[in-house]
Design a protein around this ligand. Structure first.
Ligand SMILES: O=C(O)c1cc(C(=O)O)c2c(n1)C(=O)C(=O)c1cc(C(=O)O)[nH]c1-2
Length: 253
């Protein structure tokens, strides 16, 4: 993409809330991981079962990290109301009462793909770059100012579309995928918009000065990189040039 057509990522003067929101959408439209070639392969049925296993096993690291980063974010929030609003993000993934939670639903997928559950949970076979990226996300949320920690979740603005494309594409194109295995994504279709709208509203209200708006843009860019690099790592290891790091998962085919 030419520099001239790229969304501006430097905020030199304070924007209106609407313009800030528009800028965030522009950046996402250019950099969200739905554009990564690995997702195209995954959703169109171009991958083998072993390659899909590699994706699901690595993506487990991200799933497992989400409630950890949200729990530590909550530990930094002084405002009781805001903390209360954030709480369901932890239980959405860890489960609560009758709801098994997103992590269990992800394990239903990895079970259905024939992966050993203990092996998946151990993360032993995950790619080092995926583990580093996920750890960086947790650390970012723990250490950066609250505005940035919250803004780093804004990639979820773009998530419902990718979940829809993935569910439809994978159900249609792989005979080893069924509705039960896709239950994680189906559930996220309702959860992600609520989370994204909340974070967006927070950012619109709290990022008023140019330096605050720059923090928000930086957080979004950081997070887009966290997502993108996981797919780079998967592509290099399992698509081409098939450079699987020592110790990482080896598909059988
Ligand atoms: O499948 C995806 O492409 C995708 C992307 C993202 C995202 O944009 O960070 C999330 C999810 N899924 C997801 O399922 C999820 O629970 C989630 C939480 C968060 C977050 O940053 O708090 N992102 C995402």
């Amino acid at each position: 993409m030419s520099g001239a057509s790229a969304a501006t990522t430097k905020i030199t003067e304070a924007l209106s809330a609407d313009d800030l929101e528009a800028r965030l959408y522009e950046i996402g439209a250019e950099r969200y991981h739905n554009l990564h070639p690995f997702h195209e392969l995954l959703h169109t049925g171009a991958l083998s079962r072993g390659q899909v296993q590699a994706w699901a096993l690595n993506r487990y690291c991200y799933q497992a990290a989400i409630p950890m980063k949200d729990a530590s974010l909550m530990g930094r929030i002084e405002d009781r109301e805001l903390r209360k609003q954030w709480l369901h993000r932890v239980t959405d993934h860890d489960g609560y009462d009758e709801d098994e939670g997103g992590i269990m639903r992800w394990l239903i997928l990895t079970d259905g793909l024939g992966l050993d559950r203990e092996y998946v949970i151990s993360r032993e076979g995950a790619l080092p770059a995926v583990r580093f990226a996920v750890e960086a996300y947790i650390r970012y949320v723990r250490e950066q100012p609250l505005l940035q920690a919250i803004a780093s979740s804004l990639t979820e603005l773009f998530a419902p579309k990718i979940h829809r494309d993935r569910i439809a594409g994978m159900l249609k194109n792989y005979d080893f995928i069924d509705d039960k295995l896709m239950s994680y994504g189906t559930r996220r279709l309702n959860q992600a918009p609520v989370d994204a709208e909340f974070a967006l509203k927070y950012v619109r209200q709290n990022a008023v000065r140019a330096d605050q708006q720059q923090q928000v843009v930086d957080a979004l860019l950081f997070k887009l990189n966290v997502l993108w690099i996981q797919l780079d790592a998967l592509h290099l290891a399992y698509v081409e040039p098939k450079l699987i790091p020592p110790g990482a998962f080896q598909p059988e085919e």
